[in-house]
Write a protein that binds this ligand. Sequence first.
Ligand SMILES: Nc1ncnc2c1ncn2[C@@H]1O[C@H](COP(=O)(O)OP(=O)(O)O)[C@@H](O)[C@H]1O
Ligand SMILES: [Mg+2]
Ligand SMILES: [Zn+2]
Length: 512
Amino acid sequence: MFTKCYAATLTGIEAILVEVETNVSPGLGMSLVGLPDNAVKESQERIRSAFMNSDVRMPGKRIIVNLAPADIKKEGSALDLSIAAAILGATEQIAQQKLTDYMIMGELSLDGTVKPIKGALPIAINAHKNGLKGIVLPISNADEAAVVEGLEVIGVTSLREFIDWMNGDIEITPHSKEMANSLAKKTPYAEDFADVKGQGYVKRALEVAVAGGHNVIMIGSPGSGKTMLARRMPTIMPPLTLDEALETTKIHSVAGKLGADMGLMTQRPFRSPHHTTSPVALVGGGSNPQPGEISLAHNGILFLDELPEFGRNILEVLRQPLEDKNIMISRAKYSIEYPANFMLVASMNPCPCGYYNHPTKDCVCSSGAVFKYINKISGPLFDRIDLHVEVVPVSFEEMSDPTPAESSATIRERVIKARQIQSERFKGLSGVHTNAMMSSSMIKEFCKLSDQCTSLLGKAMDKLNLSARAYDRIIKVARTIADLADSKEILPQHIAEAINYRSLDRANWGQQ
Ligand SMILES: Nc1ncnc2c1ncn2[C@@H]1O[C@H](COP(=O)(O)OP(=O)(O)O)[C@@H](O)[C@H]1O
Ligand SMILES: [Mg+2]
Ligand SMILES: [Zn+2]
């Protein structure tokens, strides 16, 4: 007898519908066709064992399972449950009628337990798109799938439970969670800028960075608070839109990085890979391609703490994604794309000993050593960082000041206003949302400078010996500062502030 049921496989962060066709005829043995990889072949063994431990009969027949379309590589063990369902259907051990109403996904363990899968969210979206009534999947992935409105989500724990439900012997209450509700129930961030004493200058710089989507590097001695400040940056970014939340969740879902009971992600990601991380872990890839840290940071922040510790090869692989906001992973037969639109935040010591420009401690480095240290990160990566902010440790008095600092929520209000001005400005320019993304021609169009501003900028370039590459960056940042001040024109004070955030461009860094 012939039966069919539906499953899905992942490519990038999207799912593709897979039809699991089974035919049972006289004879013996089981074969899987349709380009299954090793994991799918192994599923035969798992299914046999799971059947045995779930009181189900493996038919003494010849079973052929075909996974269509044949030209798509199916990865992973997540097709176990649908293959088992197709076999059970073809041998009339489960009722047929639900078989094609639901997408069926899950990995089987030898004892018949249904184990979690990766990518439940894009898979559920695919089920809905293909007009299926619902999806049956591991219970721990049910919250993720329930994000999709209008799709019945049935979470199961074992093959036995699945069979009993298919046959109508037991009821399973569909998992429901309104998408709107899950966005509304925003888990507040545990951290807040109010926790950081003093540091008004740095906080302001970080507000400017977030407001304009500018990449930023903090330079300061150990213990000055760089990591603490960076961790709080997601709290002042605008809330995720529904589309952003879905896309971010999809990536984490595909990477298997969503916790159980996790529906829609409502916080912007903050990823802080260690400097010993591999290029593949950073940008993604591998033999079973997975999104890397830069994609997990999509719509959020990628924090490279202690930047000079990262190897040159690591920093090199960041160039393309920083430019294109996505990453292409190429394989012989196919290529996949993962989104990677993140804000880069980095930190570093000012010199090898860590105390250059420290208010109380002496730096023991030669000026040559300081210069060389900073230049370790020069080049293409450095070219994409708009703001350099020096972080000086707060004094004891400031640290013991009990007055609470401004909260992240208040800072965020200003950021949101500035972002709205930018949305208006770049309306109709696809792919450009923030000042940081302006091309040279857009800078000419949107950042007209008065004579006064031009002359101020020229003088500063000369006096501080700023490099030419600083020029465009200063104007972009000045545009953001003007937006924060709700000023249509870029004024001299906006230029002056932006110049302040180019410490590392000063050719005399290390020689003061
Ligand atoms: N401005 C500050 N307000 C409150 N605590 C601070 C401040 N600066 C530093 N700290 C404390 O010092 C610790 C070390 O800061 P950290 O961010 O790790 O410094 P860095 O990354 O620059 O080495 C923080 O965890 C925090 O407890
Ligand atoms: Mg640190
Ligand atoms: Zn030093």
